[in-house]
Design a protein around this ligand. Structure first.
Ligand code: CMP
Length: 138
């Protein structure tokens, strides 16, 4: 995959005070921060960002969760960024996540799973541009 991915440290991770530890783990894995901010998604933001899931039974719950408090949004750079970041965060369901992964360490459930990672180079670009203006990327 390409050199950039997009991540969000989700409301549960921020509420529980895990931002510092998760950023440390991301930096230690060799990712450079291209863009980063604390922000809160509106209902419209979350419905747009997760539009691909709008027919799923958990869509309403997902939008409510992702809008309930601030998130840390970031664009990260590393060789093979998308794939390596998904390895670092672990499976969507923390019960299936490998030992030492961010979700294994910090996620409570499949719904409240602490962190987002883009699933393709194309989505990394779309998701990064959704949250950041060009002048916010370094
Ligand atoms: P993520 O893979 O980052 O993006 C889609 C999100 O939907 C996922 O993280 C979870 O937060 C949520 N999600 C996926 N599957 C379920 C599920 N079965 N029940 C509740 N939430 C889910």
């Amino acid at each position: 995959s390409g050199i950039r991915t997009f991540t969000m440290l989700k409301p549960d991770a921020v509420e529980k005070g895990h931002v510092g530890a998760i950023l440390e783990q991301i930096a230690s894995a060799g990712f450079r921060i291209v863009a980063m901010k604390l922000t809160q998604m509106t209902q419209t933001d979350a419905e747009t960002f997760y539009a691909v899931h709008k027919e799923r039974p958990f869509f309403g719950e997902l939008v409510e969760y992702m809008t309930r408090g601030p998130i840390v949004a970031a664009i990260l750079e590393k060789e093979n960024a998308v794939e390596d970041f998904r390895t670092l965060i672990g499976a969507t369901n923390p019960e299936d996540a490998a030992e030492g992964t961010i979700r294994k360490l910090y996620a409570a459930s499949i719904g409240e799973n602490a962190v987002h990672g883009s699933d393709s180079d194309e989505n990394a670009q779309i998701e990064g541009a959704f949250h950041f203006a060009g002048r916010e990327m370094f």
